[in-house]
Design a protein around this ligand. Structure first.
Ligand SMILES: C[S@@+](CC[C@H](N)C(=O)[O-])C[C@H]1O[C@@H](n2cnc3c(N)ncnc32)[C@H](O)[C@@H]1O
Length: 397
């Protein structure tokens, strides 16, 4: 039974794989391109740790067909019921639709109809957030307080078998917090690249799988740079262990994690930071999980010639192969890893992959595959980006 839905972010495959990794394939399914269905009580979903979902909503009704007039009737009934439970004050209403053959104008008209019905049946007044698009954007939901005590946002989604699901938004991505965790950090470094906190969360979630957060579940990032991934692992409640070949980066990670502690009031969590070459890495603490954005090779702003690309590819491949071999003896069997490794976009949507992807088993790792997402879709990139990040989820054999 579908109890909750998540609206997936810009690259839906990453958000879907993240949900599958945390909750298991049998409890997650894809309703439509940007909507995932969860057979989980929404109270059991820790929305703040999800980097690949923009909204969480709990399902309140299912209309047995796709007729908008029936959906409108159900929306009115649900809104009247909800309005009677909310504290005094002016209500705020928004409606977003996914894969429903309706226009933004029609959604606004439905909102105005609901406003009249609620006024008539409960005496309560309501302010509507009108639709310029079928989906209200994250900023509209936040600024109109649609997840606040007087707010209601309905998400209306079509199912493959011709039904219509109505859900109420409970959580929306906290844009300000992401901006702070990205741009607010005292030390950033354009040269090592900027790992967006949302992508760092996805990498951690693909690595930890069902392992619950605890200070004893230590996430190792052996290419930690300025420490974004360690930051996100700590915020989720895991222990963190970072290393990098450059002493300056370890210093940056330390300053950034001190800042995190002071700014976000993170209570003391175990953090270990060391200067180490990942290809000779020696663990000085127990490691339960490995999650990292590895060395990505030199950055390219335009297409490199064949020779330069081959050289870069071979350099990165050698470092990562050595690193994986080095870790083998230090990780217990079944330890899970998620590595964001480079893939080069040589033509629009055509990628050059690292050769080591074909010898993972021989090195000592099995690739973890997902039921709802193909391995080849676990790529994070923007259209004009040459160096994409490919998310490799592995298990030590
Ligand atoms: C793409 S950056 C990672 C950035 C990081 N995610 C962050 O939050 O800033 C790769 C990092 O790998 C480090 N590095 C490169 N070669 C290394 C090696 N052999 N061993 C350990 N670290 C290495 C670089 O110094 C750099 O900080």
């Amino acid at each position: 039974m579908i109890q909750a839905i998540c609206i997936l972010g810009r690259q839906p495959a990453l958000g879907l794989a993240e949900l599958e990794s945390l909750y298991g394939a049998e409890y997650v399914s894809l309703l439509s391109e940007h909507v995932a269905a969860l057979d989980i009580n929404p109270d059991d979903v820790n929305f703040n740790r999800l980097g690949g979902s923009t909204r969480l909503a709990h399902v309140i009704a299912t209309v047995p067909n796709s007729l908008w007039k029936d959906t409108e009737k159900q929306l009115a009934k649900s809104l009247v019921e909800i309005a009677q439970t909310l504290p005094e004050g002016k209500l705020q209403l928004g409606i977003s639709a996914y894969d429903i053959p309706v226009t933004p104008q029609k959604l606004t008209a439905t909102g105005l109809t609901l406003k009249k019905i609620v006024r008539g049946k409960t005496g309560r007044s309501l302010r509507l957030s009108p639709n310029n698009e079928l989906e209200l954007n994250t900023a509209q939901v936040l600024h109109n307080h649609l997840t606040g005590p007087l707010g209601v946002e309905f998400l209306v989604c079509a199912t493959a078998d011709g039904k219509t699901i109505i859900a109420q938004t409970t959580d929306v991505q906290d844009i300000d917090s992401y901006t702070l965790r990205d741009r607010g950090r005292p030390r950033r470094d354009a040269r090592v690249g900027m790992l967006p906190p949302k992508l760092a969360q996805i990498i951690v979630n693909l690595a930890v799988g069902a392992t619950p957060p605890s200070a004893n579940a230590v996430v190792l990032d052996p290419f930690c740079g300025t420490g974004v991934l360690l930051q996100e692992a700590l915020l989720m409640g895991y222990g963190a262990y970072g290393s990098d070949i450059e002493p300056r980066m370890i210093n940056y990670s330390q300053l950034n994690l001190d800042w995190l502690h002071d700014t976000l009031g993170l209570t003391h969590r175990p953090v270990r930071l060391e200067v180490q070459d990942a290809t000779n890495f020696e663990a000085h603490d127990s490691v339960s999980i490995v999650a990292c954005e590895t060395y990505l090779g030199r950055p390219f702003t335009e297409q490199p010639n064949h020779e330069i690309l081959e050289q870069t590819l071979s350099d990165v491949n050698n470092i990562l192969k050595k690193f994986l071999r080095q870790m083998l003896t230090q990780l217990p069997v079944d330890t899970r890893l998620c590595l964001a490794v480079p893939a080069w976009q040589v033509q629009p949507n055509a990628f050059h992959h690292l050769p080591l992807l074909d010898s993972l088993e021989e090195i000592g790792y099995n690739r973890v595959s997902f039921e709802h997402v193909r391995d080849t879709d676990l790529l994070y990139y923007r259209e004009d980006q040459i160096v994409a990040r490919e998310l490799l989820v592995l298990r030590r054999k």
